[in-house]
Design a protein. Sequence first.
Length: 301
Amino acid sequence: MKAEYYGPLFAILSPFFSSVATIFKTGAVKELSPFIVIVLGGIIGSIILLFLSKLFREKITFQKLKTNRKDLLLVLIFRSLLGELFLTIGLSQTQAVKAIFFTKIEPYFVLILAWIFLKEKIQLKHLMLLFIHLIGAIILSTGNNINIVGKAQIGDLFIVIAMAFFASSYNYGKRLSYNVGPISSNAISMIIASVILLPLLIVFTKPETFGSLMGWKYLLAYVILFNVISLTFWYASLKTVKGWIVSSLRYVGPILGAPVAYFLLEETLSPTQIFGAAIIIVTSFMIIREHLRKTEPNSLS
């Protein structure tokens, strides 16, 4: 496989594992608590990632961390702390189908932030692709019941805020992945966030909450699928693919995760939702083609 294909591939695999992980994360949050999922899940995930960084010979040195401390700090704040807090608490207070819809706002935040802070030009065709993409996501998430996204509740608001924080981390995550490595970047930001949030776990979590065996099974599955695999693919994709493209390709997550949801939860898509899924697949293909066209040898600067 050519090197330029790895970025888009990782960008597609990341939301696939993320979508499957969401099934287990929802179960873990309800069986245990949001803070157990974030803190203990982060600790377990970071330990696995540190082992993998040794296995793949990604060297973590103090000099690397010192040189990239600004990017590490901002990824830590926007993604590992604020983003994860708002998302996890939001998921515990809203319906899953509504959560899927609200997470689709992330690419817009990525584009807007790049336009404001990085002075990147927003092409009309990119906006049109994202707009059509979003329509497909709405149809997929709501089917015929559009009223499900009516009056917002606090959980919905928390998820939207989380997407804004996640979008703010893309540029810093890109540099961090390139300079430190995707596995090491993921492990370091995750373990630091877990340590920072540990006091909240101790204060706000009742001892009996730790007793759910099923909750721990859900948590372990979530950690492996999301903290270890999905997030590492996210960092890896940012090394070669623009942030707004990586973000927009997260729309394919529900498409790829639907068969898993069917086998685990016996959930199916209605004909209307399948139509929305088809829109997402087509626009995702067009987005990937846009990236590959720009990475051809004669188009590189």
